[in-house]
Design a protein around this ligand. Structure first.
Ligand code: ATP
Length: 453
C-alpha cells in the first residue's frame, strides 16, 4: 500500500533527512526545497539509473552538461520570451495572485470573486550578466534543459560524427517562476529535469515516438512503479502545443491526484528550425520564427538523397523531483506487525536505496564489537556498491526501524558470536521480509556484489 497522504511523505522526509524547506531557519522560500543527506543519495541514484538507461546502455546517445545562464536570444528564438506564460489573476480584496485556470473565478485565499482579468505572466527568471544592469545585459535562468541541446546541436554533431537517428541527453536544473507552487516537490520553482532530444529523419518520427513511449514505460516499471499505478495519456489534437505533432504524458497517481510525471513529445523540426540560420534553404514543416541572428545551420546530410535536412525530434522529458516524489509515494508502506507493533518501511528498489547496507553493533559499548564493525565498514566500502552506514545507536531494534524507514535493503549485525566463533559470521537482515540469515564474513563481498548487481 503506497502513501495516500502527502503529509506522510513530508513528515518522513524531514524526520529522516530526505527533503527540507529551503532557507528554513528564515521562514523558507516558497516553492524551493533542499535535499538532505538521504535525499541527495536517492536523487543521485535516480539520475544514475536514467543516465545508464539513456546513455551507457545505448549506442546512439551522447551526453551534455550545459550552463544554466542562457543568452536571451536563445529563449527569444525558442519562443519562450513571447509565449512561456500562464494566465494569472489578482484578487482585489486580499491581493493574492493565482493561476486563472486553477481557481474557477473564486479567490482560494479569501473567497472573494472580485478578481482582475487574466493576464499573461512570464514564468522565466530574469537576471543580468556583468556589472551593468540594463536591457542589453539581460540573461535568463533556463526554464528547461532542452534549448542548450538544440543550440549545441552542430558542435555535438561535428565533434562526434553522429548520423541519424541519434540523441543528446542532459540532466540539470531548470527554473520557473510558478505562480502557485504546491504539493511539496511536485510543482516547485527550482527543479531538475532529465531530457533526451532524439533526432530522427522526418517520416520516421511516429515510429520513434512509439518506441520512446514504450522505453520510458519500461524504465518507470524498473524503478518500482507498477504498470497499474500510472497511465499514458495521448494528448488530443486540440490539447497539443502549437509546435507539437503528438505528445504522450506519463501520469502517476500522486497523493494529491493523478498528474504528469513525464512528457514524450514529437516536436518535429520546430526547435532546430527556430535556431538554424538560412531557414529558407530547408523545407521546414513547423511554423518557425524568422531568425536573422543564428550563425549556424542546424542540419545533417540525408545520405539517401544527399540533401541537407533539419531533423525531427522526439523528446522524453521528466522531472527528477517528480520522480523522487513518485518513487517515495510508491515505496512508502505502513505495516502492522501484530501485537500492537507497526513499522514504516520504504520498499525502494535496491539500486535506488540511499544506504545500501547498515552495519549494526549488537552493543555499542563493546570495544571489540565496535572494532569489528569499523573493520567491516572499511572493507565493504571498497566494494563499490554505494553507501555503507555504520550505526552507533546501541539499540538494535531502533536501528532496524530507522533503516526500514529510509529503505536500507540490508542490515548487518555484529554480535558476540561474530567474535567468538570460527569461521567468523554476521547476520544479514532483509528489509522487506525481516528474515535474518547468518553468513561468513569471507563470503560477504561475493554475496553483496551479486545482491546489488
Ligand atoms: P506542468 O503541466 O505540470 O506544468 P509542463 O507540461 O509544463 O508541466 P514540461 O515543460 O513538459 O512540463 O516539463 C517536463 C517535465 O518537467 C514535466 O513532466 C515535469 O516532470 C517537470 N516539471 C515541469 N515543471 C515543473 C515544476 N514546476 N516543478 C517540478 N517539476 C516540473
Amino acid at each position: 500500500m503506497a502513501a495516500t497522504q502527502m503529509e506522510q511523505l513530508v513528515s518522513l522526509c524531514k524526520r529522516r533527512g530526505f527533503i527540507f524547506q529551503n532557507s528554513d531557519i528564515y521562514g523558507g522560500l516558497q516553492g524551493v526545497y533542499d535535499y538532505g543527506p538521504l535525499g541527495v543519495e536517492l536523487k543521485n541514484n535516480i539520475k544514475a539509473a536514467w543516465w545508464r538507461a539513456m546513455v551507457y546502455e545505448r549506442d546512439d546517445v551522447e551526453g551534455l552538461d550545459a550552463a544554466i545562464l542562457t543568452n536571451r536570444k536563445v529563449l527569444h528564438y525558442s519562443g519562450h520570451e513571447d509565449t512561456f506564460s500562464d494566465p494569472m489573476v489578482d484578487c482585489r480584496k486580499c491581493k493574492g495572485r493565482f493561476r486563472a485556470d486553477q481557481i474557477n473565478g473564486v479567490c482560494p485565499n479569501c473567497g472573494s470573486t472580485d478578481l482582475t482579468e487574466p493576464r499573461p505572466f512570464n514564468l522565466m527568471f530574469k537576471t543580468t550578466v556583468g556589472p551593468v544592469v540594463d536591457e542589453d545585459n539581460i540573461a535568463y535562468l533556463r526554464p528547461e534543459t532542452a534549448q542548450a541541446i538544440f543550440t549545441q546541436f552542430k558542435n555535438v554533431v561535428d565533434s562526434t560524427s553522429r548520423k541519424l537517428p541519434f540523441g543528446i541527453a542532459q540532466i540539470g536544473k531548470s527554473f520557473r517562476n510558478e505562480i502557485t507552487p504546491k504539493n511539496f516537490i511536485f510543482r516547485v520553482r527550482e527543479f531538475e529535469q532529465a531530457e533526451l532530444e532524439f533526432f530522427v529523419k522526418p517520416g520516421e518520427d511516429e515510429k520513434w515516438h512509439e518506441y520512446w513511449k514504450q522505453a520510458r514505460i519500461d524504465w518507470w516499471v524498473a524503478q518500482g512503479l507498477p504498470r497499474d499505478r500510472f497511465r499514458v495519456y495521448d494528448q488530443k489534437p486540440d490539447e497539443l502545443a502549437h509546435y507539437a505533432k503528438a505528445c504522450s504524458d506519463i501520469e502517476y497517481a500522486f497523493p494529491h491526484g493523478v498528474e504528469e510525471l513525464e512528457g514524450i513529445a514529437n516536436r518535429r523540426d520546430y526547435d532546430l528550425g527556430n535556431h538554424t540560420k538560412s531557414q529558407e534553404e530547408f523545407n521546414l514543416e513547423a511554423h518557425c520564427h524568422k531568425n536573422p541572428d543564428s550563425t549556424a545551420k542546424l542540419c545533417v546530410r540525408d545520405e539517401e538523397n544527399n540533401k541537407w535536412i533539419v531533423p525531427f525530434v522526439i523528446e522524453p522529458s521528466m522531472g527528477i523531483d517528480r520522480a523522487v516524489l513518485a518513487i517515495l509515494t510508491e515505496a512508502y508502506n505502513e505495516e502492522d506487525l501484530g501485537g500492537g507493533n507497526s513499522r514504516i518501511v520504504l520498499k525502494l528498489k535496491k539500486h535506488l536505496a540511499p544506504i545500501k547496507i547498515a552495519i549494526v553493533p549488537l552493543k555499542k559499548n563493546s570495544p571489540e564489537i565496535m572494532a569489528k564493525c569499523h573493520e567491516l565498514k572499511q572493507s565493504l566500502m571498497k566494494l563499490g556498491i554505494g553507501r555503507v552506514a555504520l550505526e552507533n545507536t546501541g539499540n538494535i531494534g531502533k536501528a532496524y526501524r530507522r533503516h526500514d524507514e529510509v529503505g536500507t535493503p540490508l542490515c548487518l549485525t555484529v554480535d558476540f558470536e561474530t567474535l567468538e566463533q570460527q569461521p567468523e559470521t554476521v547476520t544479514l537482515r532483509d528489509r522487506d521480509t525481516m528474515e535474518q540469515i547468518r553468513i561468513a564474513t569471507a563470503e560477504l563481498p561475493a554475496y553483496l556484489r551479486e545482491y546489488f548487481a
